[in-house]
Design a binder for this molecule. Structure first.
Ligand code: XMP
Length: 470
């Protein structure tokens, strides 16, 4: 492969176990620039004769590091009172340096938070430069890529858009393409790209499963109609609701919603003549997740909403953003003039409000949740908090609790507010929203919705909780 450099990433395992994956010593001795991050640093240290120990307490969150022994990795990095704010997430740490290595960064909990051996071209960081919580992490990675590995930039967003458009054109020619459009970032960017490439030969289907947010159907339809994109609405909410009647198990809900979606989409597609392609907004993390060896990881939630659809429909599969990460999808989307309210939307799960109503799903509960969710989101936007969060929503808890309003007793259900900050959605921290703000939202909800007696705030991170409640 003749790489200019190698980055060894972090991972969930511990290098202290006998079955841990190791970096090959030959690679470390090859002279190719290597940057080990977290697990990547620890395995490099261990193979080179250093020591790694497990501490009882995992360090997770912000940490301040100080720098020592000049390193190119930190060239041009601005310090705040001689310290740099970084993101840590680890149980193990390097406790003894390999021979001829020097410390380049330390925190109060972790003396060897960064090391280097300039002659061997090996660098290690215990913290995560790749997450946005690490101030100037991008600068640190750029230093490795450009200054240490000597790579050069040879692409730009506009070049990529042009080449994607011409790839789609030469793949699809004058055949018709069908796209399931949800109004989320990925499928919307695919719609914009295909519209630019093949115009009227793109046909989009938007399935309303009755579990969408308040006003969402109108918003998505009007956005894409205004862009002259052929989008067809299928209102299947009654079918979804009757299939979900009496179902309380979260996995069953997901399977029913996924299967009903496939049935509805397939029968709508059959009504359209001459479709040859099915486009999907698969992005690179989906590819990694579905191809990684899952033999020792348990299924936490069944996620894939439309799995199995292409096989059943016998159509050719078109996945134009398959090689992109989410932030790249957003950049391409912006270059394609995707409306900003679409690009800045928080993710919304395929099963929608179905997995935000604990227990039985019915129209009354959906109606209450939609209104409460709108109050929460509107207030977040009004207070300029929406864009600083990765995801925020309301959850319906069918638990009766007593309240008092005026002189009246209230005995109604509970709602929970959930707001998280995350980079990759694999881990997340609960957002420390201002108390006054939470109080205001809670007040509005109990005042405006007489069937709710109490509002609570979810202060659990992921892990141990997941972001959605089901
Ligand atoms: P969890 O709840 O697993 O969620 O921490 C991580 C992210 O994935 C979203 N999510 C889903 N998205 N179909 C989706 O398209 C699903 O079935 C699904 N379940 C969870 C969730 O909203 C969060 O952004």
């Amino acid at each position: 492969m003749n790489p200019l450099g190698i980055i060894l990433s972090g991972g969930p395992e511990t290098v202290t176990s006998n079955t841990a994956q190791k970096v090959n010593l030959g690679l470390l001795n090859s002279g190719i620039p290597i940057l080990g991050v977290c697990y990547g640093m620890q395995t490099s240290a261990k193979e080179l004769g250093g020591k790694v120990s497990t501490s009882d307490i995992r360090e997770f969150g912000h940490a301040s590091i100080s720098l020592s022994n000049k390193s190119v990795l930190f060239d041009g990095v601005d310090l705040n009172e001689d310290m740099l704010d970084v993101w840590m997430s680890h149980g193990d740490k390097v406790t003894t340096l390999p021979k001829d290595f020097e410390i380049i960064a330390s925190s109060s909990n972790c003396t060897i938070a960064g090391f280097q051996n300039i002659n061997q071209n090996i660098y290690g960081l215990q913290f995560h430069p790749e997450v946005t919580h690490t101030n100037q992490g991008e600068k640190i990675l750029s230093n490795f890529i450009f200054k240490i590995c000597g790579c050069s930039k040879n692409w730009s967003t506009s070049d990529i858009v042009e080449s994607m458009v011409s790839n789609v054109k030469s793949q699809v020619k004058d055949e018709k393409v069908l796209l399931g459009l949800s109004g989320g970032v990925d499928s919307s960017v695919v719609a914009m790209l295909l519209h630019k490439a093949i115009n009227k030969n793109l046909i989009c289907i938007f399935v309303d499963h009755g579990l969408l947010r308040l006003g969402e159907v109108e918003e998505v339809m009007s956005t894409f109609e205004a862009l002259n994109i052929d989008i067809r609405l299928v209102d299947a909410s009654e079918l979804f609701l009757s299939n979900l009647f009496g179902i309380i198990d979260p996995e069953k809900k997901r399977k029913i919603i996924g299967n009903t979606f496939i049935d509805v989409f397939e029968s709508e597609a059959k009504k359209i003549q001459d479709i040859k392609w099915l486009a999907q907004g698969t992005i690179y993390p989906d590819v990694i997740e579905s191809s990684s060896d899952n033999h020792n990881s348990s299924v936490i939630k069944s996620h894939h909403n439309v799995g199995g659809l292409p096989d059943r429909m016998n159509l050719k599969l078109l996945e134009p953003i398959r090689e992109l990460f989410k932030d790249e999808v957003k950049k391409i989307g912006a270059a394609l003039n995707t409306p900003s309210h679409i690009l800045s939307r928080h993710p919304f799960p395929g099963p929608g409000l179905g997995i935000r109503i604990m227990g039985d799903i019915n129209e009354t509960r959906i109606g209450i949740l939609q209104k409460a969710d709108k109050i929460f989101i509107d207030e977040l936007k009004k207070h300029n908090l929406y864009d600083s969060l990765s995801q925020a929503f309301v959850v319906y808890l069918p638990v009766k609790s007593v309240g008092v309003v005026g002189d009246e007793r209230r005995y109604e259900d509970v709602l929970a507010l959930r707001a998280v900050e995350t980079v990759d959605f694999m881990t997340a921290t609960w957002a420390h929203l201002p108390y006054e703000f939470i109080g205001k939202v809670s007040n509005r909800i109990v005042n405006e919705l007489s069937s709710i007696s109490r509002v609570v705030y979810d202060c659990t991170g992921k892990p141990p909780a997941t972001i959605e409640w089901e």
